[in-house]
Ligand binder design. Sequence first.
Ligand SMILES: *Cc1c(COP(=O)(O)O)cnc(C)c1O
Length: 374
Amino acid sequence: MQVSFYGHVRQYRNIQKEIDANIQRVLESGEYVQGPMLKQFEKELAEFHGTKFAIGVGNGTDAIWLALMALGIGPGDEVITHPNTFFATAEAIWVAGATAVFVDCDPLTKCIDPAKIEAAITPKTKAIIPVHLYGQCADMPAIKKIADKHGLRLIEDNAQAIDAAGDGFRVGELSDAATTSFIIQKNLGTFGDSGALTTNNADIDARVRKLRNHGSSKRNVHSFGFNSRLDDIHAGILSAKLKHIHAWNDLRIQWAARYTTGLKGAKNFTLPHVRPGYRHVFHLYAIETKRPEQRDALVDFLVKAGVDAKTHYSIAIHKQEGYPWGKGARIVGPVTHAEHNAATCVSLPMYPELKPEEVDYVVAKTLEWDAAQK
Ligand SMILES: *Cc1c(COP(=O)(O)O)cnc(C)c1O
């Protein structure tokens, strides 16, 4: 059996009529950039998130640095995050001209460990960027308490967790802004790139709208800005898919439970930890091998068996030689848990359109590998 890592085409087939109809509407409207479909999708996304504003931008990375710039954060400022995330979280801090400061993650959830944040705060610290890694919210109430105490801004990197919630809070509710990505492989993904910010802050909304469009909110009048817009054709695709995202995430949760039940007895890896009361939307179902040297062996074993397993993210950002070390980026305290996560993570296929027999096959092969370990 072959089990692919993504189900993009299956998803398209399931709602082809709705997607095609929206694409057709955009094509026939004659308005393709910042047109009515974008406005409609922004309204729907804000409603979905329960925020006042949603602003479509070019991609999830732009959304982060646009949020930083809209908050006036740049050169000389420090932004705290954790190093076991997709490179873009730190890349966006770099692009904004600020300094990334990395602290360790929580050993169970792999999200930033709130207990490690205060030691990293200096007079230069301006913001914290928690990442809702793999689809589970970071401990936002604890992080917000620290941010409020020290007068720091909070930007949630919500690229992986649309429609997730914590115990008594939703993504995007406890921060200045939440950023998201709609690249195809995300839970809500278009056939290409795009992203968005959601916020309740009218000032951030106005600034990002201007920044994304060459610093212009009035024809021919410009200030500092960029070109980072969400095309109407993608807005149409996303609008069609947004109606299904909650049910699709429910299916991810169901497959995750099937994996967890099937893999429970294994001795050579640990399974994802879901915090009580949290809605983890399983962008990824990531397990960790007990020992680093087992990681590539498990991935190779699964790939040879037809299971497209991957790693997210196998090089922690502070180990990326391409990051501008020596220009101020720094690590505070040991980041042992983040390093362990990078060294041992294996992601199993996860998407709503999986079939029970595919999940069961992945379970069987993973258990077969487990049983063969000494
Ligand atoms: C995907 C992702 C991004 C970047 O989104 P793009 O749309 O690819 O630019 C940022 N942060 C995290 C955690 C992501 O997973």
